[in-house]
Design a protein around this ligand. Structure first.
Ligand code: ADP
Ligand code: ZN
Ligand code: ZN
Length: 745
């Protein structure tokens, strides 16, 4: 027997190996193996078993099998093949993204001991105890009075060696010690469990009924759950998962960035406890291996995590939920495969015969369109749960504010200032959104007007107050702001323009004196732990104002937050990308959704210099469908998705001329163009140079009316690029192909 093996390399070629007798039983399609390759032993994946091979040279033997348990299911294998074909990525590379490097690990999660009082314990023992062992008696008394399961370590307030005391108490039959494995959630993402009595209202019940009915059918179905923020979507996922578990099925919940949504993860954890695995980028390599192995073995029934959780090897999958399905973090752009977890989820759903729920208050235009085309079933929750109402929105025109007050470049308008004061005096909390980090995002020479750019990228440097540094937010380049001068005229008269979160924080402190403010952006929260601890303080009421970038716009549920301020709603509005409007609309809408989530009515203040811009305007009316219908019309006129299939061929390299030439050669050599295909470019990207590499792109749009399932565009690119790579191989430049890219900058 022979096996074809694929490696994580750029080519699509596979290599044949002999399967030695001792491995025959255990090698199947999808098995990871180690094989000699040149002078090295490398890892690859078996893509095909063969009875004979046509290769005439010397065949080598497979050396060993990588994993000691079966990691592949037929459904997962089909998914890997689909990703490889759809995103034009060699199977070896796809497998590398899907599986942890190795499954063998010595990692074992730590153990924690809990203690609880035994039911019907013998009261006689207690009387004896009081006389003979007063310490044990005190501890026992504490346990019985509070009637709880408690961590043994937490008893150290009452005695110096709680474990010994608990063991003695266990011996005389008063308590029971319980061993619990501390699962790797690594960063304390978990909020303390809150138990809620959930009684669904009629609308929620109907949505849930449709989902549960569909789960029971054992076939693929897909839904768009469009529910306003606070309508109870999360409670519905929880109940749907409960139903899956009761019927012996498993579930995957995808969240945009799990470290930003500790509350949601916490809510799941409090209901399902140790049946849940958290899967996210902050896990260490060994925690990954351990978690993956446990999923394969069936110890976890639910996986909740960021985009790559879509590859979890759960068996008998009943439900996949993608929460905030419009979020761009579900897309991976680098490294390959450049996939979208939402689309992968839909395909996995068809292989697994499970249902897929795309959920959001602001669906992506694609999903909205797919619902209009009857490709997704629509479930709607148009109201918030309970008495919570939607917030009142005030739109502040900063230009007229500027004229009236005579103050230029004002960051906080009079109205927002009044509202903040009002809420502070009522001991209510405030969330301020400003989607730009740093102190000043632009530094301009006051003599010649030049803007200071990063030397590796054509991107303006941002001034950060901490360490007085200038930072490039694209490549991470840092330099001191001291002795900095203009690169053109060497003048040291530099103006620090614009506003980042650090400056807003500074101004708030200046204006409101001893207000307790916390800032949440990439600079204050490098770890999940940092984020959770800030959010926990806010939840406890130790913080009055939470200021942050888009990190604070979603998933948070703090009932005492009654005011949301959007400092500059226009940020990003003028970026030349067909999705910039949609993104800003969603951000404003999501952020507004943080206000007034319980019995206290909320308010939102949106500050803008463009109050008539349709994006800002419609966002301030919180009118999703109205805006979506406008923007769909625009997209249709310009042949953008969802009316066309989009692909981007990106060429990067160190020399601008060479990149430009290559891009033009690609264009000149396109063959077999078809009606319905529109080709734009090549043009330099909006970010023309990043990390010293020049970037050019060719954009292809293929009209859905003609190219119904995108196959024409796929074949066009595949055939042309294959021929191009053969005829014009280049070592200098890199060519990246993006199917369904989210952005064109
Ligand atoms: P969404 O995910 O749509 O933003 P949530 O599920 O977070 O909404 O619901 C908002 C708040 O209302 C949460 O605190 C949630 O626990 C509560 N809630 C929603 N539905 C119910 C219900 N049927 N019974 C009790 N509380 C509910
Ligand atoms: Zn200058
Ligand atoms: Zn840079």
């Amino acid at each position: 027997m022979f096996a074809k093996v694929a490696f994580p390399i750029s080519g699509f070629k596979t290599f044949s190996y002999i399967i030695p007798k001792n491995l025959k039983e255990n090698i199947q399609v999808g098995t990871r193996v180690e094989v000699p390759f040149g002078k090295r032993i490398v890892k690859g994946i078996v893509t095909e078993l063969q009875l004979s091979v046509s290769f005439k040279g010397h065949l080598k033997e497979i050396a060993s099998i990588v994993d000691d348990l079966s990691i592949m299911t037929p459904e997962l294998w089909s998914l890997i093949k689909w990703i490889s074909t759809y995103y034009l990525t060699p199977i070896g590379k796809v497998a590398k993204a899907v599986f942890p490097k190795t499954l063998s690990t010595r990692y074992k999660p730590p153990i924690c001991w809990y203690v609880k009082v035994v039911e019907n314990y013998d009261k006689k023992n207690l009387i004896l105890l009081k006389k003979r062992a007063p310490k044990q008696y005190t501890v026992f008394n504490h346990l019985i009075n509070n009637n709880i399961i408690i961590k043994v370590g937490d008893l150290s307030k009452y005695c110096s060696s709680p474990m010994a005391i608990c063991k003695s108490l266990e011996k005389i039959g008063l308590v029971k010690l319980i061993e619990k494995t501390l699962l790797p959630d690594a960063t304390g993402f978990i909020f303390d469990p809150i138990h809620k009595d959930v009684i669904f209202n009629e609308k929620q019940k109907n949505v849930l009924k449709s989902i549960i009915k569909s789960i029971d059918k054992n076939k693929f179905e897909s839904f768009l759950l469009h529910g306003v923020t606070g309508s109870g979507k999360t409670e519905i996922y929880i109940d749907a998962v409960r139903h899956c578990l009761l019927s012996g099925k498993t579930a995957i919940i995808l969240l945009p960035e799990i470290s930003l949504t500790p509350q949601i993860a916490g809510r799941f954890k409090s209901v399902f406890g140790d049946q849940i695995a958290l899967w996210h980028s902050k896990l260490t390599q060994s925690q990954r291996s351990w978690t993956w192995t446990q999923i394969c073995k069936g110890s976890f029934k639910v996986v909740i995590g960021a985009r790559s959780a879509i590859f979890s090897p759960l068996k008998n999958l009943g439900l996949i939920v993608i929460d905030e399905e419009q979020e761009s973090s579900f897309r991976q752009d680098s490294p390959e495969p450049r996939y979208h977890a939402r689309d992968v989820a839909l395909v996995r759903g068809t292989f697994e015969k499970s249902i897929v729920v795309l959920a959001s208050a602001t669906p992506s235009l694609e999903s909205y369109y797919n619902y209009k085309q009857n490709k997704l079933k629509y479930l709607h929750l148009p109201e918030r749960f309970g008495v919570a109402e939607y917030p009142t929105v005030h739109l502040v025109d900063m230009l007229s504010e500027q004229k009236e007050s005579g103050k230029y470049g004002q960051v906080i308008s009079g109205l927002l200032q009044d509202k903040i004061e009002d809420r502070l005096s009522k001991n209510e909390q405030i969330i301020l959104l400003h989607n730009r980090r740093g102190y000043s995002p632009v530094i301009r020479c006051s003599d010649c007007g030049e803007i200071l750019n990063c030397h590796q990228c054509n991107v303006a440097l941002t001034y950060h107050q901490k360490n007085l540094q200038l930072l490039c937010h694209y490549c991470g380049h840092k330099e001191s702001s001291l002795d900095k001068c203009c690169s053109e005229c060497k003048s040291t008269n530099l103006l620090y323009k614009g506003t980042g979160t650090q400056k807003v924080e500074h101004l708030i402190k200046d204006t409101f004196g001893d207000v307790r403010i916390a800032r949440l952006d990439m600079d204050t929260s490098k770890t999940g732990l940092g984020i959770t601890s800030i959010l926990k303080s806010f939840a406890k009421g130790d913080i009055d104002i939470l200021l942050g970038t888009q990190m604070i716009a979603k998933g948070l549920d703090f009932p005492n937050t009654t005011l949301v301020g959007i400092i500059n709603a226009d940020l990003g509005l003028y970026i030349p990308d067909f999705r910039s409007g949609e993104r800003i609309f969603q951000l404003i809408y999501q952020a507004s959704g943080r206000a007034g989530r319980k019995d206290k009515k909320g308010e939102v203040v949106i500050q803008t210099y463009a109050p008539d811009n349709p994006v800002i305007n419609n966002a301030s009316e919180l009118d999703v469908l109205k805006y979506y219908n406008i923007i769909l019309q625009e997209r249709e006129e310009l042949n953008y998705p969802p009316y066309s299939w989009l692909a981007k061929i990106e060429i990067t390299g160190a020399s601008r001329d060479s990149v430009n030439n290559q891009a033009n050669t690609i264009l000149d050599n396109f063959e077999n163009r078809y009606g319905g295909l529109e080709i734009l470019g090549p043009v330099p990207c909006y970010l023309e140079r990043v990390k010293n590499r020049y970037r050019y792109q060719i954009v292809l749009k293929s009209l859905k009316k003609i190219d119904i399932n995108g196959k024409l565009l796929h074949s066009f690119i595949e055939e042309n690029m294959e021929r191009f790579n053969k005829n014009f191989p280049s070592r200098q430049n890199r060519i990246n192909i993006h199917f369904d890219p989210l952005s064109l900058i």
